[in-house]
Ligand binder design. Structure first.
Ligand code: ARG
Length: 270
C-alpha cells in the first residue's frame, strides 16, 4: 500500500507540473490572449517626453497626454480592452515588459538591433533624429561637434542618446540622469553645456524655455532611430494587431498629426 501511495503521489506531482509547464508556456507565448482575458492592456512609459508623453493638467487633474497616448488608445480600441498607463523612469520601461509587469511599452522607444534581441517591435510609427540643445548665451561658443570637446553633455539614462553622446562626442563628458526635467535645470544653471534629445523633444523643451535653443548641426549616428511599440518576444498575434493600427495611423497622416497637436498643446500650456 505504501509503495502504491508513493507512486501515486509521484504521478500526481508529475501530472501537476506538466500542467503548470503547459499553462506557463502558453500564457507567455500568447500575449494577446492574456490581454484579452484581463480586458486591459498595461502600457509602460516615462511621461517626461513631450510631445510623445508628458504630464499636464486637464480639468484640474494631473493627466498624461501626447502622441504615444493617442496611439495607445487606438491600440486599446482595436483590441477592445481598457488601457492602463504605468509611469516609471525610462531605464525601467523595457524591463517592465520583460518581467511581465507591463504588457507593452510605448515611450518613444527606438527599435534598435540591440533591443530587438530581447523584445518584439511593431512597425515603426515615427522617424527621429538627434539634436543638441544649449543655452542661447552659448550660441557663438558652441556651433560644431569640435566645440563640445571638454564640455559636459547631458542625456537621459537608458536612452540611445547616451550611446550617441559617447560615440559622437568623444572629447566630452557624458552625464546621464533619470529625469529630463533635471537635465533641463542643469543646462539652464550652466552645470551642463548641452543636452542631446531627439528633434521633437528638443523643440518642445525649447518652446517653453526661451533661454534655450537648438544647435544648427547634424549629429550622425550608427543607431537607426525609429520609434516602435515594444512587446515580449513571441508576441506574434499581438504584433499583428498593433501593426494594423500603426499602418492605418501612419498612412493616413494621423500619427504625424498627433505629434503636431501634442507639440502645440505642450507649448501653449506654458
Ligand atoms: N528614443 C530614445 C530611446 O529609445 C529615447 C526615448 C525616451 N523616452 C521617454 N519617454 N523618456 O532610447
Amino acid at each position: 500500500i505504501m509503495k502504491f501511495k508513493s507512486i501515486y503521489r509521484f504521478a500526481t506531482i508529475c501530472f501537476a507540473s506538466t500542467i503548470l509547464v503547459a499553462c506557463n508556456s502558453s500564457s507567455t507565448s500568447n500575449t494577446l490572449q492574456k490581454i484579452e482575458d484581463k480586458g486591459k492592456i498595461v502600457v509602460a512609459l516615462n511621461p517626461e517626453f513631450p510631445p510623445f508623453e508628458y504630464k499636464t493638467i486637464v480639468d484640474g487633474k494631473d493627466t498624461i497626454v501626447g502622441a504615444d497616448i493617442e496611439l495607445a488608445k487606438a491600440i486599446g480600441e482595436e483590441l477592445g480592452v481598457e488601457v492602463e498607463f504605468s509611469s516609471m523612469s525610462f531605464s525601467n520601461v523595457l524591463a517592465s515588459v520583460q518581467s511581465g509587469k507591463s504588457d507593452i511599452a510605448i515611450s518613444g522607444i527606438s527599435a534598435t538591433e540591440e533591443r530587438a534581441k530581447i523584445y518584439d517591435f511593431s512597425e515603426a510609427y515615427y522617424q527621429s533624429v538627434n539634436k543638441m540643445i544649449i543655452k542661447k548665451s552659448d550660441a557663438t561658443r558652441l556651433t560644431s561637434i569640435e566645440d563640445f570637446v571638454g564640455t559636459s553633455i547631458g542625456t537621459q539614462k537608458g536612452t540611445i542618446q547616451e550611446s550617441v553622446g559617447k560615440e559622437e562626442f568623444t572629447g566630452a563628458t557624458i552625464i546621464s540622469l533619470d529625469k529630463n526635467g533635471d537635465l533641463i535645470q542643469q543646462l539652464k544653471a550652466g552645470q551642463l553645456d548641452g543636452v542631446i534629445f531627439e528633434e521633437p523633444i528638443a523643440k518642445a523643451y525649447v518652446g517653453v524655455n526661451s533661454d534655450l535653443q537648438i544647435v544648427d548641426m547634424d549629429i550622425e549616428s550608427s543607431i537607426s532611430d525609429s520609434y516602435a511599440v515594444a512587446m515580449p518576444k513571441g508576441s506574434t498575434e499581438l504584433k499583428e494587431k498593433i501593426d494594423k493600427v500603426i499602418t492605418e495611423l501612419v498612412d493616413s497622416g494621423k500619427m504625424d498629426q498627433f505629434v503636431e497637436e501634442a507639440y502645440q498643446q505642450s507649448i501653449s500650456n506654458n
